[in-house]
Ligand binder design. Sequence first.
Ligand SMILES: [Fe+2]
Length: 138
Amino acid sequence: MEWTETLATGITTIDSQHRELFRRINDLVLAIKQHRCKSEIDGMIKFLDDYARVHFSEEERHMRETGYGGLEAQRGDHEKYLAALAGLKEQASLPRFQVGSYDLSATTNQVVVDWIVGHILKLDMRFAEYLKSKGMDH
Ligand SMILES: [Fe+2]
């Protein structure tokens, strides 16, 4: 999964946090494929969880402060990501993880990657357009 300019919202903080999320998700997929130890993988999932929470609350605060009407939809989508990560964490802790690591990296790709790309392209872009339309994008 590569970051491309089509994913840029034009909002500097949001974009740099998205790039970091992409980087960390790629690291995780690679770590799973390389059968790295469970504690390392757990640590990476934990980072993704913590980082996403910080990013989400910043995004939501930004939306609240600018009177954006799509806040609730955004919140619901953020919850979905955290749930997907929780599912991944659970799967990673199963004993069959050692043999089923291919499945886990596929799940990571599908669930987490699909989510983030869809989320950025749909919801975050809509917010960026809202800011632009209000002249609040700087
Ligand atoms: Fe976002």
